[in-house]
Design a protein around this ligand. Structure first.
Ligand code: SDX
Length: 382
């Protein structure tokens, strides 16, 4: 047993994987050998799901039945919709509502008696979860607005269909393509906290619904997926303050506030996903309201150059520009992290399946620093 303790498992290798690779010094991310730039520009989220789950980009003949299966499995049971309405009325947090929805999906799983070692059945279950998450999430939001849910569109892809179910209107091409790209960018990212959580659960051979529910729970934290909401809240705080946005970030930094969307356990340079989302945010700004983009770039410039965070290896991560992109697409702020989950569920399922192919229960150790040889004193004498 190795003696050196690595808090937070920082830098510890626990598995081999063919799914994604991050070069934190070069700011490079690949999914199964394809750069994230190529995939974001040329593929659809459905193609990336297929790539992660099956190991190659699909041909047309492979993509069609895969996309059809995802479309045919979008409906969620009425009981789930009723629960989404109850949780909306109870003003539940969207990530908690999503966690509940995925747990409930398992009650209606047609292959719930499948052997956990049957990885093909697990993949079919994972596909059903992935197909249903947008429907449950959009229904929750509609109920919050006091509206009825919008039934899934029979022709739209996963990304466009989610925007349609949110608003009741088909999104324009820019919105649909931008959102599809955001889903591609968030689909996988090595053994981040939520993916590792799913893997730990999968390593006990628990079912995929449990693994995905665990991933959702881990992603909800502000140090992980929750940061994209925090970034937008900072931008709104700036907008509502009577300070110029530059003064605001100076004051916040002086107060020692950590700006969300900056810093990463693996990247020492700007996250390549942030660069692509910045381009989308700039395009949307040009076509609409530019202040969110301006605030974001000012903060980046101030922190990176004037506060010298670049030298310290602290740079914008994926969450830094996603906030302004989603806001300009009209998506409610507290839906940003659930959207992250809507995409990352593809990576969680891929890593659980990959790990289970050569499974080993994940069970680390802790160095015990507590007392030894305590004498037991009966309650009455304590
Ligand atoms: C995601 O792991 C992944 O791949 C995650 C993710 C994915 O796709 O799954 O990329 C998605 O979760 C992105 C990260 C989102 N979180 C945030 O934006 C929250 C703000 N960032 C931090 O809290 C922090 O940077 C973490 C949590 C992301 C990384 O934490 P680490 O590796 O434990 O780093 P740390 O907290 O030990 O900080 C190291 C140094 C410290 O300086 P010193 O005390 O050593 O001088 O960096 C500084 C920190 O003070 N630092 C920051 C900062 N984040 C870290 N300084 C200013 N602003 C910040 N945001």
């Amino acid at each position: 047993m190795s003696d050196d303790l690595k808090k937070g498992l920082e830098g510890v290798l626990v598995a081999e994987s063919k799914l994604s690779s991050i070069d934190g010094d070069a700011g490079r991310l690949i999914y199964r050998g394809y750069t994230i730039e190529e995939l974001a520009r040329n593929a659809s989220y459905e193609e990336v799901l297929y790539l992660l789950w099956n190991g190659h980009l699909p041909s047309t003949d492979e993509l069609e039945p895969f996309s059809d299966a995802l479309m045919n499995e979008r409906e969620v049971d009425d009981d789930v919709l009723e629960m989404m309405e109850k949780l909306a009325v109870a003003d539940e947090q969207p990530m908690a509502a999503l966690r509940t929805a995925v747990s409930m999906f398992s009650a209606y799983e047609p292959e719930d008696d499948a052997d956990p070692e049957d990885l093909k059945a697990t993949l079919r279950k994972g596909r059903r979860i992935t197909a249903k998450i947008p429907t449950a999430l959009a229904a929750f939001e509609r109920y919050r607005l006091g509206e009825d849910p919008v039934a899934p569109h029979p022709e739209l892809g996963l990304a466009a269909n989610f925007l349609y179910m949110l608003s009741g209107e088909e999104p324009d091409n820019i919105a649909a393509e931008t959102f599809d790209q955001a889903l591609i960018l968030h689909a996988d990212h090595g053994l981040n906290a939520s993916t590792f959580t799913s893997m730990v659960i999968g390593s006990t051979m628990a079912d995929i619904y449990s693994a995905v529910t665990g991933g959702i729970s881990a992603l909800s934290g502000p140090l992980h997926g929750g940061a994209n909401q925090d970034v937008m809240e900072v931008l709104i705080e700036i907008d509502e303050s009577n300070l110029d946005h530059r003064e605001w970030v100076e004051q916040a930094t002086e107060e020692g506030r950590r700006i969300p969307g900056f810093g990463h356990r693996v990247y020492n340079v700007k996250d390549p996903r942030a660069k692509i989302l910045q381009e989308r945010s700039e395009e949307l700004a040009k076509a609409g309201e530019s202040k969110w983009y301006d605030y974001t770039t000012t903060i980046e410039q101030y922190l990176s150059e004037e506060k010298g965070l670049t030298e310290k290896g602290i740079a914008p991560n994926v969450d830094f520009y996603s906030g302004s992109v989603y806001y300009q697409l009209g998506i409610p702020i507290d839906m940003y992290t659930p959207i992250f989950a809507m995409s990352r569920v593809g990576g969680w399922i891929a890593h659980v399946l990959e790990y289970q192919q050569d499974n080993r229960l994940i069970r680390p150790r802790a160095r015990y620093t507590g007392p030894q040889d305590q004498e037991f004193v009966p309650l009455g004498d304590r």
